[in-house]
Design a protein around this ligand. Structure first.
Ligand code: AMP
Ligand code: MG
Length: 419
């Protein structure tokens, strides 16, 4: 059965009364509080579940390892049957190998040949490394003083049957597929893939292969945002590009609402004459113009179009990408049923000087050279090439700050945003 989550509330993007410039952390906590998963649940094979989002807590179906076994090639015996100093133990006939256990118990004072991964035969609890023994084929000799359980793995030492191994909301990594499979889990419940629609707006825009005049610029946002959405593991609905017209924007949003779970638009999100995304969302009564205290920052237009959340990003490619990474990433994750995401940053010495006033958080295009953080020479937010020059962002705090060479600054690599 497919569970249909409840719809988002019409006022889910409303800002508290009187808010003027909202700090980034407040804007983020509003998204975190108000957005809920909109995706249903399906069962898939673990082997096919890389990057999917776990819908329920998942428990080990059996212990790993299921039985005590040997971690090395060597000889197993009962630790209590040896003393200190030089030891000689008779060998029992046969051996134990991975997948091929030895059928009979090993009597005290005897040892048995074991190969890595073999279950410890009954009557044994410790293993001496092959390299630490001498043998004539009948007996082995070695120096005693082994710890009980030496060179073995205990049953369930990695995972115990029935215990929770991964929690709901986790985006499954390749390692998780190994962990789940080792714990005997063959199928899991995951969220349907979030479908994300992308729309560019603006009379000036042309696609890469189209003819242009000096009045045109190329639509840089769509290829960039398409790649971001694909990288995050969502299904893409490309709504193309529309001119600055109410009806064109509405028609595109209609299609987005029908085919996707969330819509990212770029351009037309402020409150001007040609800001048709804001105008369309305003007409629904769900529109909130978020003036976030950050740079780069133009207002974000947030609202619901026929129940589907719309993130109206600024048109400027630098602002569009940074707003996508800072706001759309955690918001989409929340809608997709994934855990909240705070990008992991690292404090590293700056290679640049800069001073900023209090009141706005700033994101700089940055890269690491020789362990220091370099800042893109121009902070002009029209310079899309700076996004390529950079390998991440520097996040400067809302408060005033003077950075000199050597001052620690918070560097967030693109990888921390899932890119
Ligand atoms: P807007 O947010 O529509 O006022 O646009 C702000 C700036 O970004 C303007 O200079 C636009 O020409 C530019 N812009 C808007 N959309 C795009 C796009 N898809 N690709 C490149 N630049 C864009
Ligand atoms: Mg525009």
């Amino acid at each position: 059965m497919t569970l249909i989550p409840p719809p988002l509330r019409n006022d889910c993007f409303a800002m508290p009364q009187g808010a003027h410039w909202t700090p980034v952390v407040e804007a983020l906590s509003l998204l975190r509080e108000r957005l809920t998963p909109v995706t249903g649940i399906e069962t898939v094979a673990v082997a096919d579940a890389a990057w999917r989002i776990l819908a329920t807590p998942t428990h080990a179906a059996r212990s790993h390892p299921p039985h005590a076994n040997t971690a090395v090639d060597g000889y197993a015996f009962a630790q209590a049957s040896i003393g200190k100093g030089a030891q000689t133990l008779r060998l029992v006939r046969g051996r134990a190998a991975a997948g091929v256990p030895h059928p009979a118990p090993v009597p005290p004072g005897y040892a048995i040949r074991v190969l890595t991964g073999a279950n410890l035969p009954a009557g044994t609890d410790s293993v001496i490394l092959q390299e630490d023994t001498t043998t004539d084929g009948q007996s082995i000799a070695f120096n005693g003083q082994l710890k009980p359980g030496a060179n073995t793995r205990k049953a369930g030492e990695d995972m115990q049957a029935g215990t929770e191994i991964l929690s709901a909301g986790r985006q499954l990594t390749p390692a998780d597929l190994g962990t789940l499979t080792a714990a005997g889990v063959a199928t899991i419940k995951v969220r349907h893939r979030l479908r994300v629609a992308i729309l560019s707006t603006g009379d000036e825009l042309r696609d890469a292969a189209e003819a242009t005049t000096a009045a045109n610029i190329f639509d840089a946002n769509r290829p960039m945002l398409r790649a971001v959405i694909a990288r995050w593991g969502y299904d893409l609905v490309d709504l193309g590009r529309v001119s600055d017209s109410q009806s064109a924007v509405r028609t595109a949003l209609d299609r987005g609402a029908a085919e996707a779970d969330a819509i990212l638009t770029s351009g037309g999100a402020s409150a001007g004459d040609e800001d048709h995304v804001s105008a369309a969302l305003t007409a629904t009564g769900s529109m909130a113009l978020w003036r976030v205290a950050m740079k780069p920052g133009r207002p974000l237009a947030l609202g619901l179009w026929q129940g589907t959340p719309v993130f109206g990003l600024p048109g400027n490619p630098v602002a569009a990408l940074i707003c996508t990474l800072i706001f759309a990433r955690p918001a989409l994750a929340q809608l997709a049923g994934a855990d909240w995401r705070d990008p992991q940053g690292f404090d590293l010495p700056a290679a640049f000087a800069k001073s900023k006033k209090a009141g706005r958080r700033e994101y700089l295009r940055a890269r690491i050279r020789d362990g220091q953080v370099e800042n893109f020479a121009s902070e002009g937010s029209g310079r899309v090439s700076g996004l390529s020059w950079a390998t991440g962002l520097v996040e400067l705090p809302d408060v005033a700050m003077t950075v000199s060479p050597g001052t620690p600054v918070r560097y967030i690599p693109y990888e921390s945003f899932g890119l």
